[in-house]
Structures are given as C-alpha cells and as structure tokens.
Design a protein. Structure first.
Length: 282
C-alpha cells in the first residue's frame, strides 16, 4: 500500500513517496535528524513500530521500504520491517546495504521490498519474499498493495505512462496527488466496494496513487532531493491530495522541511520544522 517514483539527472536524484497505511495506525512523527553509526540521518518515525519507511543520510544514500504482500509470511514472532530500515539507514553505500542484508536473519521480518538510491549510481532494489532475498533491477514507479495488486499495479503504471518518457518533478508530484476516476481501467470484483467521493469526484479509491479506502489511505507524502551540496527532505502529513500543491516550489513553501548540508566529505544537519520536533533515542 505505497507508491514510490524517482528521477535522476545531472544534479542528483529526487524521490517521491506516498505512504499508505491503516487508518487506525498512529500518526507518524515528522522527519528529524539522528545519529546512526557514524552517519547523520533524516527520517520520519512510526510510533507504533519505532522504525521508519524512508531515510536519507549524510553520504547521500536514501532508503525506501515497501511491504511485499505477495510474499510468504515467516513463522514465529516477527520484528518490525521499519526497524530494519532504521538499522540500515546509517550505512554509507549501496554495496554495504547488500552485504548487511546477506548477513541478517531475514526470517524475523515479514516480506518487503527495499529500494536504495545513491549519487552517481543506479537505483537498486532488494526483495525478501519470506524465503529468499532477490536483487532487483528497478524502474520507476514501484508500488505495493494488499488489495487487488494486479489491478492496482496496472492502473498506476498506465497513469504513469501518460506522463511521457521523462516526467519532471512537477509531473511526479501531481502523479502522487492523483486519483483514479471510475470506469477507466475496467471492472474487477472489488471495483464497487472501493468507489469513493474525494474532492467532489467519484474515484476508484484502491487504484488511486493517492489511495483512499474505508480501512486505509495515503497518510503522508515524502520528497527527497539529493545533490552534491545537500539533501532536502520535504514532508506532508496527511493525504497529499488534501494539500493541493501545484509544484515543487509550492511544496517547499508548504511542507515540513529538513536539510543536510554538505561540508567537505559529509553533510551537516540544519533542520527547519514547521511543527515542533520531538527528540527520540533510536
């Protein structure tokens, strides 16, 4: 129940992430700066699990975590997948992520897909299906869903294709705020159940990138931009469609924003919050 897209250009890379969660789940804490290993990390925090689903550190390495609902759930007591991302968030390179994942007992985690992004390197994915860990060649966008995955995947991929071969940041932001109108992807057994009214329109809630169902919805939007000079994390609490953001510049004026500025070979955190930060020991 999440969607992530990205673009890579000569200046670095940008990530766009819709987090979809159960409506009963606690509201996440906005991104804050933490010390992990020898790195400084920016990430939001899930109070229920104590971990996170997205991070960027002072080496310019970003991580994105999606649940893989089509995998097989391991037996026994499981740890939070967000705790896994948190434990990896301070590593300095994609190669170190791969090494760490190969050494961890992944049977203590439910299935997941982990995406890694670094300057001057191709994005990379790792998928744990509950039995084996596979390295993925990934292409924007990536999505997950616990409901009607094939229909959800097809609808979101089709809508992304309308953006053209090389969508810009403003187009990707609009994509992450978008809704799926009814009767555009054909009927499936769950269609009528998840039709909803949003912003005066009847939409197919479970197919929408900005997802809306009775039990779950898109609860936040994250935008990370990494260049040689700094990493900027812009965060919107709540469904992104409710903010009516018209472009990246407007996002920066509206969102809760945090930065890591580069000094020599590392970034130094300078954080500007629009709401009070909460200090946590992770």
């Amino acid at each position: 129940m999440c969607t992530v897209s990205w673009l890579v250009d000569v200046d670095g890379y940008q990530l766009f992430f819709n987090r979809d969660e159960q409506r009963s789940r606690s509201r996440a804490l906005a991104p804050q700066a933490f010390q992990k290993q020898d790195s400084k990390v920016l990430m939001p925090v899930d109070p229920d699990g104590g971990g996170s689903w997205i991070s960027v550190n002072d080496h310019g390495l970003s991580l994105c975590l999606l649940n893989f609902y089509q995998g097989k759930m391991p037996e026994g007591l499981l740890k939070s997948r967000g705790q896994l991302l948190k434990s990896l968030s301070g590593l300095s390179a994609q190669s170190k992520i791969a090494t760490e994942l190969s050494e961890i007992n992944l049977h203590q985690y439910a299935p997941f897909t982990l995406l890694t992004f670094a300057l001057d390197q191709q994005p990379q994915g790792f998928q744990w299906d509950g039995k084996t860990l596979e390295t993925l060649s990934i292409k924007s966008p990536m999505t997950s869903s616990s409901v009607a995955f094939d229909s959800v995947y097809t609808a979101r991929q089709n809508n992304f294709a309308f953006l053209g071969q090389a969508p810009d940041a403003d187009q990707l932001l609009a994509f992450h705020q978008s809704h799926q109108p009814i009767n555009q992807t054909g009927k499936h057994s769950l269609s009528d159940k998840y039709q909803r009214e949003e912003n005066g329109l009847t939409i197919q809630g479970e197919l929408s990138v900005c997802m809306h169902r009775d039990d779950a919805k898109t609860v936040s939007f994250s935008h990370i931009q990494v260049t040689d000079e700094k990493a900027t994390f812009s965060y919107l609490d709540g469904s992104p469609c409710a903010h009516h953001i018209t472009g990246i510049e407007a996002l920066r004026e509206t969102a809760n924003q945090s930065c890591l500025y580069r000094a020599q070979t590392s970034f130094n955190p300078i954080t500007s919050y629009q709401q009070e930060a909460v200090s946590l020991e992770l």
